[in-house]
Design a binder for this molecule. Structure first.
Ligand code: ASP
Length: 307
């Protein structure tokens, strides 16, 4: 068994490890762990307490992937609910679809009785308002929010540099491989922007026969390169986990233009190996690792690779 989560997984990693150790399947263990991260307002990049978009609205994204059946469930740009990861799982379990966004996702969440929440905590609102008031003035402020947002979006700087989406990858006691991710996305994003996290194959992928991968950081890069999917696909072609990640990093190196910044790649394989690489990281980053036999998850340094 193995569990890999990034440092934002702190509130939930112990719970997920305990459930795996007790024989629970990966999807249950991941959902339980991510729910704790989503509810913890000290994690400012996931769930309640997450940073809002340009308009000051918290839009959440999440996805779960079952590496046995390749059923997936994802929600994007979801407003007003506490646990997007559980709503994503219910998309997988109750619908013939894989991905719901915006009003439709919220409607489904209400239909299944998902817990609502005011996800914009006062501190996030204060920081967002200060940012808005520094960047929008005069007639634009009077007309707010009916002003063009594109230029604002281009100059927006994420207040939480080095902090991310939470990603959980598991190989459980039945040797089944699952993945789950949840995020508030890029801070000050254009309303409706989806990053890689809910886009299955970009931000996460799982295949019990080969392995799983998930990304944090600049989702635009993972979408363009199909990063999580290709890591698993490269393993399917016979590459080692290590070589598959090197190949996916090479793919990222070929991206030209657009938003190029830090992206952290996490992967496990069916033999319980793992690797975490922080691409373009300007500061040291860590992740959580738990393997069967470990008393508790422990923090490990990420490798760093510059493009
Ligand atoms: N990957 C996420 C996104 O692009 C953000 C992050 O992990 O920081 O939405």
């Amino acid at each position: 068994m193995i569990l890999v989560t990034n440092s934002e997984g702190t509130p939930g990693v112990g719970r997920t490890a305990a459930l795996l150790a007790g024989g629970r399947g990966g999807l249950d263990a991941i959902e339980a762990g991510i729910r704790l991260v989503e509810a913890d307002t000290s994690i400012r990049t996931v769930g309640r307490g997450g940073w809002p978009n340009l308009l000051g609205e918290v839009e959440l994204d999440a996805a779960m992937i079952d590496g046995n059946s390749f059923r997936t469930g994802a929600v994007g740009a979801l407003k007003g609910f506490l646990h997007p990861i559980s709503i994503a799982r219910q998309v997988m379990e109750r619908l013939p679809h894989e991905f719901l966004v915006g009003d439709g996702a919220a409607r489904f969440a209400r239909e299944i009785g998902a817990e609502t929440a005011d996800n914009l905590i006062p501190d996030s609102e204060r920081v967002w308002r200060e940012w808005r008031d520094r960047n929008v003035a005069g007639a634009d402020l009077e007309a707010w929010p009916d002003i063009p947002l594109a230029a604002l979006c281009r100059q927006a700087i994420d207040p939480e540099k080095g902090k991310d989406t939470t990603v959980f990858l598991t190989l459980d006691s039945k040797s089944e491989i699952m993945a789950g991710v949840s995020t508030s996305g890029w801070a000050w994003k254009y309303p409706g922007r989806l990053g890689d996290s809910p886009v299955v194959g970009a931000g996460a992928y799982a295949d019990t026969a080969h392995g799983a991968a998930a990304c944090t950081g600049t989702g635009e890069m993972a979408i363009r390169a199909g990063t999580a999917r290709v890591i698993v696909l490269y393993m399917k072609t016979g590459m080692s986990l290590h070589a598959a990640m090197d190949e996916a990093i090479d793919d990222l190196r070929r991206l030209k233009g657009g938003l190029i910044s830090r992206i952290t790649l996490h992967a496990i394989d069916r033999d319980g190996r793992h690797r975490v690489v922080a691409v373009n990281a300007e500061e040291p980053l860590t992740y959580w690792l738990w393997q069967d036999g470990d008393d508790a998850p422990h923090s490990e340094p990420c490798e760093t690779v510059m493009l």
